[in-house]
Write a protein that binds this ligand. Structure first.
Ligand SMILES: [Zn+2]
Length: 113
């Protein structure tokens, strides 16, 4: 259900940006979605369709670009892609890692008419 809140944000930002550009229609919204964000594109599209109804964003195409997960080792600052489920640092073998990329969801750009 957390897609609802984020989709409200997407609609609000898209409408605000379209307003600034004095656009009459939002044609496409390009979104960046992290592999580990947990957001389901189909779910966002579903909420988007209902939230954007009767606005200039109605019928806009949502385009999702996936960002692969990247981890950062807290011990040596190496940034790496996780292998399977185990996440030791490939450089120092450290287990103390944090998510560097892959949790984000944001609007990269907007196409208006
Ligand atoms: Zn390390």
């Amino acid at each position: 259900m957390h897609e609802l809140g984020i989709t409200e944000n997407i609609v609000n930002i898209a409408l605000a940006k379209a307003g600034e550009a004095q656009a009459s229609k939002v044609a496409q919204i390009n979104l960046v979605i992290g592999e580990m964000s947990g957001f389901v594109p189909d779910c966002i599209q579903f909420y988007f369709d209902s939230l954007s109804k009767d606005t200039i964003a109605e019928g806009a195409v949502l385009h999702f670009e996936s960002v692969p997960t990247q981890l950062r080792c807290r011990d040596c600052d190496t940034i790496f892609r996780p292998q399977d489920a185990v996440w030791p640092c490939p450089k120092c073998g450290g287990q103390s890692v944090e998510i560097f990329k892959g949790r984000e969801l944001y609007i990269e750009s907007l196409e208006v008419e």
